[in-house]
Design a protein around this ligand. Sequence first.
Ligand code: SF4
Ligand code: SF4
Length: 672
Amino acid sequence: MQEIPTREEFLFLPDWQKALFYVLIFASMAVFAYQILIRFKLWRQGKPIDWKPDYIGGVIRYVLAQKKVKSSRPRSGAPMHLMIFYGFLALFVATTLLAINTYSPWKFHQGTYYLIYEFTFDWLGLLLVIGLVWALGRRLFFKPPSVTNDPGDIAAIALLLVVALTGYFVEAARMSANPKWFDTSAPIGHWLSGMIGPISPNTYVWIWWIHSALVMAFIVMTPRLRLRHIAYAIFSAAGRNPDERMGALRPISMEEVEQTGKIGVTDHRDYSRWHLMSLDACMECGRCTDVCPAWNVGKSLNPKHVVQNIRTSMTDGRTVAEAVSEDALWACTTCNACVESCPVLIRHVDLIVDARRGLVTEGKLAGTAATMLRQVQSTHSAWGQSKDEREKWMEGHNIPLARDLISRGESFDVLLWVGCAGGTDPNAIRTYRSLAAMLHKAGVRFASLGREEVCTGDPARRAGDEFLFQEMAASNIATFEAYGVKTILTACPHCFNTIKNEYPQFEGLYDVLHHTQFLARLVSEGKLKSPTFADGSVTIHDPCYLARINHESDAPRIALGVASDQNAYETPIGKYLNEPMEESNVLAEPIAHGRKTLCCGAGGARMWMEEEANQRPGERRAKQLLDTGAETIALGCPFCRIMLEASMQKVAPDDSPQFKDVAEILYEANRD
Ligand code: SF4
Ligand code: SF4
């Protein structure tokens, strides 16, 4: 009778060697657990988290489904990492099944199941080997500039590769020393066995021990090498705040200040426990650095180093300001490109802004940004505009004021929020006048606040002055409540983000729309018509605070009636579309667009900070827009426009395309 397919555990091993194996494997697991315990104690030094994690959902989405690895950029490392991850996971599952069979009363590792098991995991293990060879080659021969290449990294990849390869050799050696009729069910092991030829049981035992020793070394070394992210990324995914929004910074309460005596972060203990844990999850892939607009123009800010240096400060006694230079902290535009690209969910912007809060509290913000904060404090405008001036641009343009309407017993449906730039910058003023004209044309009952509006507080919050932000937010929310505001419309993505994502932290809950969303809705309802222009003559610059942080890049394209790769975008505006566009112009897309857009350099209060002549992120973006060959650059952000127009003058002084807000373009198309 033919032998039933199965595998004998500890083949050819005498009892004393089995006992030795158990002692060593438990010892290595104890060393592993001890090292994690030490890190756990360090994380415990942080502040307790004030959210309820979605443990299972987080692990399924971000670990098992590898959601961030698949979607993050640059894409070059993603397939490699997916191969390594799923290959490793397959071998982990295979080992677990084997352990269940060995140590439980349920003996299932035989017959057809065994043949399928051998075949499946033999092939899946190859994913790990290919991924690791790719990773090694990427570091040694075709290394992206932001990827580090220290000996520890090479050792980590090499160790895992040797573990995987010796696993195949153990399988092949078993077949060579103890051949069976069903060995062909593991084709790679069987092929290797043919190469090795017959061997003695003793040789097999040696090979088995070499592989086992490497596995134990791997277990012991994992928390030390960059392989640690295998464990810590699971904790990070499980513990993340499921309600967090990319555009919302953490509020600080007065009670918290009274308890801690601190505003913001000076040393690592001031971060939350989850933030400290997430630092350990860093896999040092360099994606955050690759996409950082500040690093890409030669500034000292390197988001990967921010993470690594704060992590080091957990043990070397340095403060955060000693571990990360002040220049680096102030260089951040809070564009969130790093956060979006990080596969292990690290929130660099939280780390940086919390450290800025610490610096501001210590009086370490000087120069033009400090002037901006003083202006917000004294005039309630980031540009120091007086209350009277806030209404000047409205004169003669039929822009109803809420207080006038209410005093006449009238009402309005939509609040037109102007913002500091909207009432100051000549181009932004043109945008708002165009927008107001179209609202009238479409029959929208709207009003503005004029002198009753104060800065949203966005630049103050991102510059690290949390309580100035909260003062502004409280004032605006009180005004909104007094007028019973439900819907807010604004042409500034920074105001849009702050009112939409941050005012709810203070019970300010409104339906907030960016003007391109509102215009897209009016176009899809037939109340406005889209412009026509020659194919390729228009391009769109997506603002970070709209496209990346609030996932809206369809709206400007819908409003302009331009065809684009719809799959590249998420579509919150989609709900307003009744039917697909039939005729459309072709948009000249810049290389970075949609959620992967490139920052103009103005966010995070950088608008009010000095910029070195050769370190302007806006010039890099201006070149990308110029490369589209478009004559018109459409945008939807007053900050981007100021930055990019100035940058374009440097990049192409004699051949600069024209900049126009989406509202202006639509206004021209709908003028009677
Ligand atoms: S938010 Fe933008 S500027 Fe700041 S570190 Fe991240 S990528 Fe760099
Ligand atoms: S912080 Fe995230 S994106 Fe940056 S190197 Fe670490 S794992 Fe990669």
